[in-house]
Design a protein around this ligand. Structure first.
Ligand SMILES: C[S@@+](CC[C@H](N)C(=O)[O-])C[C@H]1O[C@@H](n2cnc3c(N)ncnc32)[C@H](O)[C@@H]1O
Length: 263
């Protein structure tokens, strides 16, 4: 692999406005999926097989939609990672920001408020209708958010129609083929000059006890997560990533990483 990530402590971006009104999200003649439609799309098998307990089961939302619990699952790093991701998206969130994959906790609510303050809007993609429906109770009623029932690996959106995109702890849950397709789709829909922010697991430093204690837990509960311990995310990036500027930052002794990519 020729290209590697550029590590830097200084990455905070400011898009500085100027994107103007968000373009239409849908391709011409595409079906309207801005409201939750239970018929489409097909729910990927890996969610049924490996993540039924976290997202699919009717009790999943009742159990996991608690700020303290998601914070505990992230070893007390929820706010830190959330804030890092939202800062990395940019000081101004004018235009359209896409969150690819819902997440438990208040990240979408904070993102939506930040976008509203910049006159922007947010599209939130998920393949499970119940996860999108759950947003209703988390978001202020007047925030500019569109819920998009789509598979991240096949976004029903035009090329270069989004100003920036966020994947918060999504990629480690996906088998390789989905991970690769999800990244390719993010690169396709984000405009040249736009930004992609990824927060996910990574291999902890050798001195970090998490490397030994957490490995068996992840291996049991999240079968694809250790891919991100073994490989740099570069492995699944599309060809167009070669031309992008990428900055990587580590958190919590390397257990988490944030990748900021300028298209
Ligand atoms: C983004 S991850 C976030 C996980 C993290 N543990 C959390 O909640 O903070 C979980 C979400 O991604 C969604 N998801 C998983 N695979 C997807 C796919 N192929 N397309 C769209 N959404 C997907 C799940 O339905 C779930 O709502």
């Amino acid at each position: 692999m020729g290209k590697t990530f550029e590590d830097s402590g200084d990455f905070a971006g400011d898009f500085g406005g100027g994107f103007g009104a968000a373009p239409p999200l849908r391709r011409p003649n595409a079906p309207d999926r801005t409201s939750v439609d239970r018929r489409t799309p097909v729910i990927p098998e890996y969610l049924h097989e490996h993540y039924w307990w976290a997202y699919v089961h009717p009790n999943a939302l009742r159990v996991f939609e608690r700020q303290w619990l998601v914070n505990a699952i992230l070893w007390g790093n929820y706010r830190r990672l959330r804030n890092a991701a939202l800062d990395a998206l940019g000081a101004q969130l004018s235009g359209l920001t896409l969150q690819i994959g819902c997440a438990y906790g208040d990240i979408s609510a904070v993102l939506a408020q930040k976008a509203r303050a910049s006159g922007g809007e947010v599209g939130i993609v998920d393949v499970l209708p119940q996860q999108l429906e759950n947003l209703t109770s988390k978001l202020a009623p007047d925030v500019p958010v569109r819920r998009l029932l789509m598979d991240s690996a096949a976004l029903d959106m035009s090329d270069a129609s989004v100003d920036r995109a966020l994947m918060f702890l999504l990629l480690h849950e996906q088998p390789e083929a989905w991970r690769r397709a999800t990244l390719a789709e993010a690169f396709r829909v984000v405009k040249p000059g736009g930004r992609i922010v990824i927060v996910d697991y990574a291999r902890p430093a050798a001195w970090n006890p998490m490397r030994y204690l957490f490995q068996p837990v992840l291996a049991r509960l999240e079968p694809f997560a250790l891919d991100l311990w073994r490989h740099d995310l570069a492995k699944w990036m599309p060809k167009t990533w070669e031309r992008a500027r990428t900055v990587r930052r580590s958190y919590f002794g390397g257990l988490y990483q944030m990748i900021t990519i300028d298209r």
